[in-house]
Design a protein around this ligand. Structure first.
Ligand code: SF4
Ligand code: SF4
Length: 103
């Protein structure tokens, strides 16, 4: 299978995926229903079901749709500012620079 990339950068190098604050999560499951990409799965812990970010690289880079779906505010993504700073660092790697197509 070919490696997934985002604008020339391997997807697994890009720190963009949801984080869950379990102190706020009620286990309602709305985030699993909302994201059809399999980013989340339910797991059982202490006899309660809760979502875990099982496939972080399935999250679409710069999507933050499920943050608003969670009524308790348990889901967050990096801020755009944090993301841009991390992207700048990644672009320092010559392999991850954007190259113009030869014309
Ligand atoms: S939507 Fe929020 S509260 Fe509901 S399961 Fe997902 S993270 Fe937990
Ligand atoms: S931000 Fe978008 S792609 Fe990522 S997990 Fe949430 S709904 Fe899915």
């Amino acid at each position: 299978m070919s490696e997934k990339k985002w604008h020339g950068i391997p997807r697994d190098k890009i720190p963009w995926y949801p984080s869950i604050d379990f102190s706020k999560c009620t286990g309602c499951g709305k985030c699993l229903d909302y994201c059809k990409l399999g980013t989340y799965v339910f797991e059982e812990k202490d006899e309660k079901k809760r979502p875990v970010v099982k496939n972080p690289n399935n999250c679409v880079v710069l999507c933050s749709g499920c943050d608003a779906i969670c009524s308790t505010g348990a889901i967050s993504h990096p801020s755009k500012k944090e993301f841009n700073e991390q992207l700048k660092e990644l672009r320092k790697n010559p392999d991850f620079r954007l190259h113009k197509n030869p014309t």
